[in-house]
Design a protein around this ligand. Structure first.
Ligand code: ADP
Ligand code: MG
Length: 736
């Protein structure tokens, strides 16, 4: 069969598909009963562990205390019995190397006994530590090749769970991953350290402000996940989607998102069947998925969980992506997490909702009811504003990678300029603190006196939300919207936590100083908040972040605008960044530099894969289709000439023009392919400097690749449809 016809076959296959039914039955077993069924959570531990052991474990979890070996033994044993009783045969340490994905290596519970018998065992030391070969994971230069060993270490703060696959279950134990030298090789270790930094600095502040209640502060995160869902019959016919996760070719569809008819539209049956199936597995894994809806672009959707503590939220987001990918295949669909699978329509992001919470469940970014609570809120708010202003480039660098370059800066996602949206009312409160006055017509009635006055009610309805801001205050949390849909949220949160810790430290120190100098506490707080807000207010912007004017205004304000990955990443290895991460014990210099190296290398590798794919698809799929059509037109013309005699008058000129146009466009494609081939070979040699190499890809290779695409997309518009082999956007995005 000719591949072009395979496209039509695919459409036929899809039309015959039915929604795939799962075995889920919420009548037999309610959502409440199924939720967390595959998790070794607190309630399971309470029933299975001896009372003392349970109490000690909770003490460790809630107060960050160390776990002793005998307790680990008891927990491991209970965990094993629980897992085996539910059908598990294997266990694995489950960790998050710097690839941005998760890693697992399974071991069965089988252990030889003393007299030739076989036992099912899971000793405490296997729970606490594993020793995987680290040599094939990216280390960014940390690990010398002769020392390939790495260690995984149990993270008891994220519960163990069972992965339920078609033919059995595996016990997964969330772990950290480090090198023999002790350097963190993963995304989770720094995240946990950054939460510790926030805990330390925020408790110091709270105590100073007279809060004696809170014992432990954690960061909370709710990650809204956008994704595309397409039929696998189309997917399999697109080598670019299969290998690069995005379409490297494809003309803009005649109908995009302009009708605004997809957002929150009714969900198609096949899609809903998939969503419910995936959600069921997530419920059983204890992932609190909450909302689902159609997103703005055709074939685009969103799922959002209820927020959790940041490291659990991170694990759960990784699990969510994994379960969505796997379940989609069961439904003959493919789930695309790439930031920009289809040029010309909206891409996907991951809104990272973030706040801080004490051990009593109080949200520290929730405006209070009393002057005292409002004081605490405003000081913390000030710390966050300062953090984002002072460390804007660092925050920007956490979302810098090839996929996200297609989004940030385009008019659909927040720009690369970091700014904060506070909303009108809170914005006016901030103004009144800075100026000591209240402008006419303001919603704020009097000057905010910290510790004395209360905040006006802050509107929290959707109309007050600014969808264009990269960092928006949404009532009782911040929403960092520049995060890419495919990336792990660990790194953005690690940096966010670290810069907030630094800022809390700064503010607390300033207030302490003022008090020591004899100022009453409230006055000291007022003065420090006022001064800090005044110094950092340039980062506050409530208007349209997509607008031309904002870009100019931001420049006037001196806000950084790192438009691309290569511009953005170097900030990670500046002396200021090195000092920041080591001061707060989140990453030492080697660990930080390794992350920079990994990010730059990932950029180079991503573009390189795309280039090789572009060349192969253009050479073997697009050029042949264009030539085939050219040949057909030429033949038709010559036959027509023959049949009608040499002179077919004016229409002859029209046919000639058609053929000429086709030849020109095909030639343009071929020339651009050859040019890409040349620069990509040049790029292979690389340079000693990693960043220079990445820039070569950005400045030389990418434009050459885009030129091939432009020529190919142009041809898509004129070549005989039956000869075009790649499924078109108008099909992929609409046919289910
Ligand atoms: P929207 O699409 O309007 O931004 P959603 O309801 O889809 O809002 O998502 C809001 C997300 O923010 C949810 O994941 C929610 O759990 C999370 N969230 C709410 N409160 C907090 C908080 N205190 N800390 C972190 N995340 C939060
Ligand atoms: Mg949102």
């Amino acid at each position: 069969m000719k591949t072009a016809n395979a496209r039509r076959e695919a459409i036929k296959t899809i039309q015959d598909r039915e929604p795939v039914a799962s075995t889920v039955d919420y009548v037999d077993s309610s959502l409440g009963e199924q939720f967390g069924a595959n998790v070794f959570n607190r309630s399971v531990m309470r029933t299975l562990l001896p009372k003392n052991a349970y109490r000690s474990l909770i003490q460790c979890l809630d107060h960050g205390e160390r776990l002793d070996a005998s307790l680990a033994e008891t927990v491991a044993n209970a965990m094993k019995d629980w897992a085996i009783s539910r059908g598990a045969t294997h266990f694995t340490h489950w960790f998050q190397p710097m690839t941005g994905a998760t890693a697992e290596k399974h071991d069965s519970f089988l252990q030889p006994g003393s007299d030739g018998e076989w036992l099912l065992e899971f000793p405490g030391k296997l729970l606490i530590q594993g020793e995987p070969d680290a040599s094939s994971f990216p280390s960014g230069g940390i690990r010398s090749t002769f020392e390939a060993r790495g260690y995984t270490g149990w993270d008891p703060t994220s519960p163990a769970f069972l992965i339920d696959s078609t033919n059995g279950k595996t016990l997964c134990i969330p772990t950290v991953f480090c090198a023999f030298s002790g350097h963190a090789l993963d995304k989770k270790t720094p995240l946990l350290r950054s939460v510790e930094a926030v805990n330390k600095q925020s408790l110091r502040l709270l105590r100073l402000l007279g809060n004696t209640e809170a014992q432990r502060i954690t960061c909370t995160v709710g990650a809204e996940q956008e994704y595309f869902l397409i039929d696998e019959a189309f997917y399999n016919l697109r080598p670019d989607l299969v290998n690069a996760g995005r379409c490297l070719f494809g003309a803009k569809p005649p109908k995009g998102q302009e009708m605004e008819d997809h957002y929150w539209g009714s969900i198609k049956d096949r899609v809903l069947a998939f969503m419910m199936d995936a959600e069921n597995e997530l419920y059983r894994l204890g992932v609190p998925v909450k909302t689902r809806h159609n997103e703005v672009a055709p074939a685009q959707f969103e799922v959002a969980p209820v927020f959790e503590q940041s490291n659990v939220a991170t694990d759960h987001n990784m699990l969510l992506m994994e379960v969505f990918r796997r379940t989609a295949q069961k439904h003959n669909l493919r789930c695309l997490f790439h930031e920009k699978p289809f040029t010309g329509i909206n891409g996907s992001g991951k809104h990272n909702n973030w706040s801080m919470m004490d051990d009593k469940g109080n949200n520290l970014l929730e405006p209070g009811h009393t002057p005292h609570e409002d004081k605490q809120f405003l000081v913390i708010l000030t710390a966050v504003i300062r953090a984002v202003n002072k460390w804007a480039r660092l925050l920007r660098a956490t979302v810098a990678f090839a996929g996200n370059d297609h989004r940030l800066g385009a008019n659909e996602a927040p720009p690369a300029i970091m700014s904060i949206y506070l909303g009108d009312t809170l914005g006016e409160v901030v103004d009144s603190i800075i100026t000591g006055g209240v402008p006419e017509g303001s919603r704020v009635c009097k000057v905010m006196e910290l510790g004395v006055s209360t905040l006006p009610t802050l509107p929290r309805d959707a109309s007050d939300r600014n969808r264009t801001s990269p960092f928006a205050f949404t009532g009782n949390k911040f929403e960092f919207r520049a995060v890419g849909s495919s990336q792990s949220i660990a790194w953005p949160n690690t940096v966010l936590n670290t810069i907030v810790a630094e800022s809390l430290d700064y503010i607390t120190g300033r207030i302490e100083q003022a008090v020591k100098a004899g100022k009453p506490l409230n006055q000291a707080v007022q003065a420090v908040v006022k001064e800090t807000l005044a110094e950092n207010k340039r980062v506050i912007f409530n208007g349209d972040n997509y607008s031309e004017e904002w870009h100019k205004e931001a420049e006037r304000r001196g806000l950084p605008n790192d438009c691309s990955t290569t511009e953005s990443l170097p900030v990670l290895i500046t002396p200021e960044a090195r000092k920041l991460f080591s001061d707060y014990e989140v990453l030492n210099e080697e660990e930080l530099v390794s992350r920079y190296n990994v990010q730059v290398e990932a950029y180079i590798k991503t573009i390189n894969i795309e280039v090789l794919l572009t060349l192969s698809i253009a050479n073997t799929m697009i050029l042949p289709a264009a030539l085939e059509y050219q040949n057909a037109v030429a033949k038709t013309m010559s036959n027509t000439h023959k049949a009608l005699g040499q002179d077919i008058g004016a229409s002859g000129k029209v046919y000639e023009k058609l053929l000429q146009d086709l030849c020109d466009k095909t030639a343009r494609l071929k020339v651009s392919i050859d040019q890409l081939d040349v620069v990509s070979k040049e790029a292979e040699h690389g340079t000693d400097d990693l960043l220079e190499h990445a820039k070569f890809f950005q400045l030389k290779v990418l434009p050459a690749m885009n030129a091939v695409r432009a020529a190919a997309d142009d041809l898509e518009g004129i070549v005989d449809d039956s000869m075009w082999t790649l499924p078109k956007f108008r099909e992929i995005l609409y046919i289910y």
